[in-house]
Design a protein around this ligand. Sequence first.
Ligand SMILES: *Cc1c(COP(=O)(O)O)cnc(C)c1O
Length: 377
Amino acid sequence: MKIPFVDVASELVPLKAEIFRQLEATFERGDFIQGGAVEAFEREFASFCGVQHGIGVANGTDAIHLALRAAGIGAGDGVLVPAHTFFASASAIALAGATPVPVEVDDSTFLIDLEKAEETLARAKAGKAAAGLNIKAIIGVHLYGRLIPPAALKEFAEKHGLMLIEDAAQAHGAEIQGHRAGSIGKLASFSFYPSKNLGAAGDAGIVVTDDDALAARLQALRNHGQPKKNSHAMLGLNSRLDTVQAIVLKAKLANLEDGNRSRIRSAIRYNDQLAGVGDLVLPEIPAEATAHVFHLYVVRTKKRDELMKHLDQRGIGVGIHYPTPIHLHGAFKHLGYKAGDFPVAEKICGEILSLPMFPGMTDDQRNAVVTAVKEFF
Ligand SMILES: *Cc1c(COP(=O)(O)O)cnc(C)c1O
C-alpha cells in the first residue's frame, strides 16, 4: 500500500461544492483583489486566534517580513531565531533588512532554548557575538505544531525588552490553557501553504495582532505602502491575500479543529505502536494535548538515512524537516557561523525523520507505516 506523506486534496472534497459556488459568484463579480471574502476571513481567523486584527498577505514568509517591518525592525537590528526551523523564519528577517541571530534549540522539544537565548544575549552585550547589532526582537517558532510555553516566552521577551513575534506557520489552533497560537506575541505570522494545518489552494498567509497601530501599518505595508489610495507613505510590498484563497480558507477554517484532533489522535497511536522500536525517539505528547497540533510527526534515529530509504522504497512518503540548520545555509555564510556552533540543532538535523501525518489518516495507513518501520529495525 502506497502511503502519501500528506493528502491535501482529500481535505477539500467535502467542501468543494460550497467553495465552487462562492468562486462562481466571485468570477461573476470580478472582485479578485481585496474582495469581500478577504475581510470576512481576516475577521474570522483573528477571532479564532483570540486577537483583534488579521491582515491577509500573500504567503507566510511575507507575513514574518511585514510583521518585522511594521514593528520598525530593520538595518542594524538583530532578531533572535531558533537555529532549527524552516529557512523562511530567518530569511524573512534578512529580507526586512535586519540580521538573524540564531539560538540553540532544546534537544527534546526541538524548540528555541530560552536559557541558551539568555547566553546569546549576554555574549552580544559583552561584544562577543552578533557584532554591532542591536538585538530588538525574537521570533518564536512553534515548530512542528508544538507551542513554546507561552508564559516563559512572554517573560523572556519582556525581561529583555524584545518585540515578540510568533512564527505560527505550523501551529494553527495550537492551545495551552486558553493561550492560542497567534495570541502570545505582539504580532504573529501564519502561512497557509497547502499542506499546513490550515492550507489554501495555493500560497497565502496572515499576520494577526491586537495592536491597532501595528494593524494599520500592516494594512498599508501589504498594499504598496498606501495608508490610502495613491498616498505611498512608506515602501510596502504587493503582498495581498487573494480573494480566491480567502474563500477556500474561510470554508476550511470550520474544519481546522477537527483536523487537529485527527492529527493528535494519529500521533498518540503512532507513539503507542512505535514505543520501544529500535533506537527511535518519539515526540512527547504534552499533558494538554492541544499544545501540540502535529503539523509534522517527527521521530529521531541514528539510522535516519537508511530508514528513510527503506520507507521510500516501500512507497511511504517521508521527509526531513529540516536537514540543514539556519547557520549553515549558504545564504547566511556572510554571518560567519560554522559547523559546531549549534551542536544540538546540528545533531537533530542529522537524526530527524517526518512520517506521514495528515487529518483523516486511516488506521490502515498508519498501521502500514508502523509495520514498515518495525520491519526495518
Ligand atoms: C511554511 C513556513 C513558513 C513560510 O511560509 P510560506 O507560506 O511558505 O512562505 C515560515 N515559517 C515556518 C516555520 C514554516 O513552516
